[in-house]
Design a protein around this ligand. Structure first.
Ligand code: CA2
Length: 147
């Protein structure tokens, strides 16, 4: 089983700014936690961060024949990107949308996700656990659908 993990814009700054919202964990720490859980579950993960919408679209398109699912924190593109939504809908791979913060308890514009309608589900507000729970969800969904 192979899962593509995508981090959107500015998540490379994790652990360096806004600890009150996003915590003290760095992106490298978060990726290490994701990789450790993936190893435990026997999943192969490819992890990628980009500040560029087009690069994220390219990664999603490239996933079509190579992975079983996508775990994505689209960051600010959650609230703006028809391009990411269309790419996810086009590849039709099970996709879990995750957020560190609770997007429904912040500014009103963050409550709208362009991605959620084409995702298997959305996990928001649980810090790094959002990613770990999302990975577990993709694992069990993929296993079930293989049987
Ligand atoms: O809570 C999340 O995971 C978000 O996807 C994070 C995005 C935000 O635009 C979404 O509404 C919710 C922002 C990512 C920026 O990350 C930073 C990390 C540290 C310092 C500054 C920004």
């Amino acid at each position: 089983m192979k899962i593509l993990v995508l981090h959107g814009p500015n998540l490379n700054l994790l652990g360096t700014r806004e600890p009150g919202i996003y915590g003290n964990i760095t992106l490298a720490d978060l990726n290490a936690d994701i990789s450790a859980l993936a190893k435990e579950l026997g999943i192969e993960v490819a992890i990628f961060q980009s500040n560029s919408e087009g690069e994220l679209v390219d990664k999603i398109q490239g996933a079509l024949t190579t992975v079983d699912g996508i775990l994505i924190n689209p960051a600010a593109y959650t609230h703006t990107s028809v391009a990411l939504r269309d790419a996810i809908a086009a590849v039709a791979l099970p996709t879990v949308e995750v957020h560190l913060s609770n997007i429904h308890s912040r500014e009103e514009f963050r409550s709208t996700s362009f991605i959620a309608p084409v995702a298997l589900g959305q996990i928001s507000g649980l810090g790094p656990d959002s990613y770990l729970l999302g990975l577990r969800a993709l694992f069990s969904h993929t296993k079930k659908n293989r049987q």
